[in-house]
Design a protein around this ligand. Structure first.
Ligand code: ADP
Ligand code: ZN
Length: 529
């Protein structure tokens, strides 16, 4: 009873109700808001759609002065400011896209205390003129949005974020709140250290998104699989399809549209106007599909995205979680659907091999990829595995593909040995390395020109693998790569052995593989002995 009375007079709660029109705080919002209003620092880890914005907007409105929000999402600042102004909050932004006179107006408003919230691009804070400007006004709180951008090992590193530790040095009395949707325990520590937030209180919201169904399927004809998925489960729904390259974005958008699913492309190669138009259409129209590179969606607030589809493997579990998290913000059932295959592993390895940065950086990228592959290949509940990655516990969810249609695992030791010994023989006897396609051709005994040219039909291993089909062998190779029992290198994606391969070849190490659902079905039809 007491709390009801308190709620009425509590200024934070009043702002929540009167300004934003919500009845109650969600998850840890109340505690976070209280911490910051009372002048303390906070580090907030909350999934996309969890309601991070209110965590700094309410303190900005309750505390005297202007709340300064550092955000890398320049393209969204106008939208955020518009949304705040629509509910009567005095908001403005400063970034490089503005005309000088617009900028001067906002600066004057800030100094005069005529703003509640000011959005700032991180690069502006590098300018001494910006610091001087901030000195001339009163700041209520600093909010550092997308705080994981300070992590050098993360996928969104922004050098300008490293400079943000100066906020505390220069304005030690202003509370700071750092927010991110993507951080493992290690990244969280890194954020706290780099932003000089070691004394901040940590708030970790649950990462579970129960309304999202997670599904990962074997990739064979990605565009057709996607079309079938949309037509059978999400006809007329809004959705986001992620592809790795601009080229595949264009092709996929055209393919969907030609097949009756209206889709627009979004990638960094499009001119600003087209990009802005496609994004605006996606936000405004019902049931439009946007096909995009990962540049799309950071901070997009469209509640009724019914599906997120990946045609290419994300580089990390954080990326996957963030991208899939754009589905179902309204809490209604939604699907996170992905196809993934051997080519993804080869391609990602290639990108890591050719990436800038030192060995340690490449090692980090490899670890990110390994965790993503483990999620793809798991025979356990995807949600349990996903939550575990973020250090949270979950129970078998009953709403992911592995729960709904449990994949079997099977003893793949013999097929694994066949693949590995083929790779070994080529190396030992011929001094050669080849990609997966050729290795599979040798295993199934396909006498094609390349095989003949190299006289590989004379190898002892030629045709030793007729028990599996090509596509199944590719699945075996993919899983060996994912388990680190095989490695792939270079532009041609040649396969090589690893230390662990030797255990399989010479030390009787067993290899458990995941049976693809199609394979499980095929296995049920009786085969001639
Ligand atoms: P995030 O930044 O964490 O991705 P947002 O701050 O954009 O999430 O919030 C996601 C959605 O949830 C928004 O539509 C927001 O208005 C809504 N929301 C946030 N907090 C509450 C709340 N306490 N009650 C109801 N809706 C809320
Ligand atoms: Zn599950």
């Amino acid at each position: 009873v007491g709390s009801l009375v308190d709620a009425g007079s509590d200024p934070a709660h009043q702002v929540l109700r009167k300004t934003f029109g919500y009845d109650s705080f969600r998850g840890p919002q109340r505690d976070i808001v209280e911490q910051v209003i009372s002048g303390g620092d906070a580090l907030v880890l909350m999934p996309t759609g969890g309601g991070k914005s209110l965590c700094y907007q309410i303190p900005a409105l309750v505390r005297p002065g202007v709340g300064v929000v550092v955000s890398p999402l320049i393209a969204l600042m106008q939208d955020q400011v518009d949304a705040l102004q629509a509910v009567g909050v005095r908001a403005g932004f400063l970034n490089s896209t503005q005309f000088p006179d617009e900028r001067r107006t906002v600066e004057a408003q800030f100094v005069a205390g005529e703003l509640d919230v000011l959005y700032l691009a991180p690069e502006r804070l590098r300018l001494e003129s910006t610091a001087q400007l901030l000195d001339r006004g009163k700041i209520s709180v600093f909010a550092i949005d997308e705080a994981h951008c300070v992590s050098q090992w993360g996928h969104d590193f922004r050098p300008d974020y490293l400079g943000l530790s100066m906020l505390h040095e220069r304005w030690p009395d202003v509370p700071r709140i750092a927010l991110t949707a993507t951080a493992t325990e290690a990244t969280r520590k890194e954020i706290a250290e780099r932003l000089d937030l070691t004394r901040a209180k940590h708030f970790v919201a649950s990462f579970d998104r129960p309304n999202i169904q997670y599904r990962i399927e074997a990739k064979n004809r990605p565009e057709h699989q996607l079309l079938a998925f949309i037509q059978s489960e999400h006809a007329g729904d809004a959705g986001i399809v992620y592809c790795l390259s601009r080229n595949s974005v264009e092709k996929t958008a055209a393919f969907l549209t030609a097949n009756g699913v209206e889709a627009v492309p979004y990638h960094a190669g499009l001119d600003n106007r087209t990009r802005a138009r496609n994004q605006a259409r996606f936000l405004r129209e019902d049931g439009l599909v946007v096909v995009a590179t990962i540049a799309f969606g950071m901070g997009i607030d469209k509640p009724d995205v019914r599906f997120v589809a990946h045609l290419d493997l994300p580089k990390s579990v954080e990326g996957y979680y963030q991208e899939t998290g754009r589905a179902g913000r309204d809490g209604l059932p939604s699907t996170a659907w992905m196809v993934y295959g051997l080519s993804d592993v080869v391609q990602q390895r290639k990108m890591i091999d050719s990436s800038d940065g030192d060995a340690m950086h490449r090692r980090q990228l490899q670890l990110h990829l390994d965790a993503m592959l483990a999620l793809c290949e798991t025979v356990q509940c995807r949600r349990v595995q996903l939550l575990a990655y973020f250090g949270q516990q979950g129970e078998r969810c009953g709403n992911c593909d592995t729960c709904l249609n449990a994949p079997e695992s099977w003893d793949g030791t013999v097929p694994a040995q066949k693949v590995l010994s083929t790779v070994l023989r080529l190396k030992r006897e011929r001094g050669q390395s080849f990609g997966a396609g050729h290795i599979v051709d040798i295993l199934v005994g396909k006498r094609n020109p390349k095989v003949e040219q190299h006289a590989h039909h004379e190898l002892k291993v030629f045709g030793i693998g007729t028990e599996l089909r090509d596509i199944e062998w590719r699945g075996v190779v993919r899983q060996l790569l994912a388990q680190g029992l095989l490695a792939v290198h270079g532009d041609y994606g040649v396969l090589t052995l690893t230390e662990a391969s030797n255990q399989v070849l010479f030390e009787k190490r067993e290899v458990m593989l995941r049976r693809e659902p199609e394979r499980a079905k095929a296995a049920r039809t009786p085969k001639p002995a």
